[in-house]
Design a protein. Structure first.
Length: 194
């Protein structure tokens, strides 16, 4: 399980979509791979093995890692290099789809009907990040998934997920003097909780 999680995490550090296949090739020719030396992966699993092992892990089990990393950055003074205009931290909210199909779906899928009358199933998430002009890196914060909500007749959406994130996380970050950024989807009242 640890090798699967580390392997999944490791792909974010390269620009190649076949990172794990490349690592297995490197391991075969050089007897060691970057996956082993950089991430401590003992046995590089296949993409299917990773999916099989990690699909059952609930995202909430990973959420504490976001807060732990943020606390370390805060304690080490790393947030200061992200301060911007009027000494604020800029938190950008944006949604992204991470699954899309007209055939495969689950109870947590959002849906849209295409012009062809086919139903399009998808999963999406709001991914808040701390950004700064001139900074090549961002600091990811805990995401908020767009999911069917109990007791709601209307389908969940990016805007509702952003409101939930602000309600749940706003107090934690507001004391750091932040400005919330968003694209035109968020340009209306009321978005921010009172």
């Amino acid at each position: 399980m640890e090798d699967a999680a580390l392997s999944a995490f490791s792909v974010f550090f390269t620009q190649t979509p076949s990172f794990l296949a490349y690592q297995r090739t490197m391991e075969g020719s050089k007897r060691k791979s970057n996956a082993q030396s950089l991430f401590g992966i003992h046995r590089i699993p296949s993409d299917n093995q990773i999916r099989k092992l990690l699909d059952s892990v609930k995202p909430e089990e990973v959420f504490p890692v976001f807060e732990e990393i943020f606390k370390v950055l805060e304690q080490q003074g790393q947030l200061e290099s992200f301060r911007s205009f009027a000494d604020t931290l800029l938190i950008a909210l944006d949604g992204t789809e991470y699954f899309s199909s007209t055939q495969i779906h689950c109870p947590h899928c959002s849906t849209r009907t295409l012009k062809s009358e086919k139903i399009h199933y998808f999963h999406s998430v709001v991914t808040p990040v701390i950004v700064a002009p001139g900074q090549a890196h961002v600091i990811p914060l805990m995401p908020e998934f767009v999911l069917p909500q109990d007791g709601h007749g209307k389908q969940d959406c990016e805007n509702a997920a952003a409101k939930r994130w602000l309600s749940q996380q706003g107090k934690r970050y507001s004391k750091l003097n932040v400005t919330i950024l968003g694209d035109d989807l968020y340009c209306h009242q009321p978005l921010l909780p009172s």
